[in-house]
Write a protein that binds this ligand. Sequence first.
Ligand code: NI
Ligand code: MN
Length: 226
Amino acid sequence: MKFTFYGHASFSIEVTGKTLLFDPFITPNPEAKSIDINSLKADYIFLSHGHGDHIADAVAIAKNTGALCVGAAEVAGWLGKNGVEKAHGMNHGGFINFDFGRVKGVNAIHSSSFPDGSYAGNPLGFVFNTAEADFYYSGDTALTMDMQLIPIWANLKFAVLPIGGNFTMDVADAIKAAEFVKCDTIIGVHYNTFPPIAIDTTAAVKAFEKAGKKLLLPKIGESVEL
Ligand code: NI
Ligand code: MN
């Protein structure tokens, strides 16, 4: 499985021959100016919530690639109104089958509105079961006791968690989240994009190490094999 980072909380995962793109926020991010959204491949685009720093490029990339967008029912409806033809609306609940595996929407403690301020439904985290591995993307969230449910549904090979604090978990809470979801390999996102979420990445890696866990922080445009 290949994970590629596109800055902030944008990344793709290649699994069972499909490319899953997450929370594309690339053209408005000066840190990600090396990434050309017209070169991105996607079979699916997963959207954790409606905030601009997660959906900025969703419509453009969906139109370029013909990818199926997956997110809250309200997010899917908004994409449709913006000309996206293929969108699957969901909510927190049972597993949903796709051709690469299955996905469950789980709780995320956050807010969710579109850039114009309108209601975007519940923010989501996603738990994935695939033939290659199980993994979890929490989306923007605080640490929540509900994360302790996730090992019921998945034996996680890795988890993608926000670590920047202020709007989401910080490093200390992300370590606790990794314990709750029973996962030793964490990919950190949602840090260093804006001043309120600036962190000391060396200290973050050391803090995870001290807890017996590995924190991966790929550079923008970098891929890691998992
Ligand atoms: Ni957000
Ligand atoms: Mn965010």
